[in-house]
Design a protein around this ligand. Structure first.
Ligand code: HEM
Length: 359
């Protein structure tokens, strides 16, 4: 709602409450994302506020680096996210979805019983994490993302954040002694131990919170509509219409003009992906959900050098889960939602099997 209001008051404006320039028009958001020499991702170097101590994947990981270091690191890790590597995960994900749905009752919580376990297990499996530690990963991810989702300094959240970061680091240090999966590939590179921990934590955090939210958003969008003929454009439209990542930050490195406003070095810029995705100059009838919309150049996975590494994986996971739900002719009987800083947390879904529907 904030984003739509902002679009009316101008494409780039300074928001005192954020202490940042808020950018809402597609062309300017796209420039902020792609022009990395003027708009830096390096939060540690540019942040004016206190940066939490300890290993902090969100400010020290790949996402918060500029080229050339970003380029070198991204080259290493993209080896494990090639379309072929991701495609090889498809049978495992399909089996996991079927197993989760088989053990869910007729009435089940979409987040707790499908979206969360699916996204955590997929990324944890990719990282070679022991299944016995998967519940810890959920807890750590929640502590970390809820800390970053708030704009106030809340001491208990800060403490939970530091504890989660330190437990996560300890866990990965143990894993380095018996590496498998991605971790083995990364250990063979020249990454430092800290960089490795940051990267593993970043994958886990980016990989499961956002994918979970995308699946929930897809269910919300498709619930009252006929089954789409093709799920690929439908998933792209969910991404455009309700992007799991609403915006992303950059720091100005040199004087520049954006949307007619003069920006100074050191200032923070928030590129509002959610608003850009509804820019009427790019998307006809932008506030309408159109599951067949094509082309659909949404910015929900970012653009430029930081384009989401897990985009193929997220699309595939959500497509497989949706196809399974649609095959079972599910319907939402109860919508019990709890808003968290990162998305909707709880969603009750009632499942009617085809056999029951025929009776
Ligand atoms: C980067 C969104 C799923 C890993 C990004 C960015 C966005 C994004 C917007 C760019 C951030 C920026 O430019 O500041 C999403 C959404 C997802 C999703 C909406 C699900 C629907 C995943 C998954 C993984 C992942 C499943 C990993 C398994 C990453 C990484 C980066 C990234 C590592 C940083 C890339 C870089 O800086 O070069 N994601 N993501 N994401 N994403 Fe995702």
């Amino acid at each position: 709602i904030f984003a739509f209001h902002a679009q009316e008051v101008g494409p780039v404006r300074y928001a005192e409450s954020f202490g940042a320039w808020v950018v809402t028009r597609y062309s300017e958001v796209d420039r902020v994302l792609t022009d990395h020499t003027v708009f830096s991702s390096d939060e540690l170097r540019h942040s004016v506020g206190p940066v939490p101590h300890g290993s902090n994947p969100l400010v020290r990981g790949l996402q918060a680096m500029d080229p050339p270091r970003h380029h070198a690191l991204r080259r290493i890790v993209s080896q494990v996210f090639t379309p072929r590597a991701v495609a090889s995960l498809e049978p495992g994900i399909t089996a996991r979805v079927d197993a989760l749905l088989a053990s869910a009752g007729a009435d089940f919580d979409l987040v707790g019983e499908l979206a969360y376990p699916l996204s955590v297990h997929t990324i944890a499996g990719l990282l070679g994490v022991r299944p016995s530690r998967w519940p810890d990963f959920v807890r750590w991810t929640e502590a970390i993302t809820s800390f970053f989702g708030t704009f106030t300094a809340d001491e208990s959240r800060q403490a939970a954040f530091h504890e989660a970061i330190s437990e996560l680091g300890d866990y990965f240090r143990e894993e380095f002694a018996r590496p498998t999966g991605i971790i083995a590939t990364l250990l063979a590179s020249d990454l430092t131990e800290d960089e490795l921990i940051d990267f593993c934590a970043l994958l886990l955090i980016n990989g499961h919170e956002t994918t979970k939210t995308l699946l929930v958003n897809a269910v919300l969008c498709l619930a009252s509509r006929p089954k789409p003929a093709d799920l690929r454009p439908a998933v792209e439209e969910v991404l455009r219409y309700l992007p799991p990542t609403g915006g992303t930050d950059r720091f100005v490195t040199r004087p520049t003009v954006l949307g007619g406003r003069e920006l100074r070095p050191g200032q923070r810029v928030v590129a509002m992906i959610s608003a850009a995705n509804r820019d009427p100059a790019v998307f006809a009838d932008p506030h309408t959900f159109d599951p067949g919309r094509m082309p659909n150049p949404h910015l929900s996975f970012g653009h430029g050098v930081h384009f989401c590494l897990g985009a193929h994986l997220a699309r595939m996971e959500v497509r497989i889960a949706l196809a399974a739900l649609l095959d079972r002719s599910w319907s939402i009987t109860d919508l019990d939602t709890r808003r968290t800083p990162v998305g909707i947390d709880v969603l009750e879904v009632s499942l009617a099997s085809a056999a029951e529907a025929d009776r």
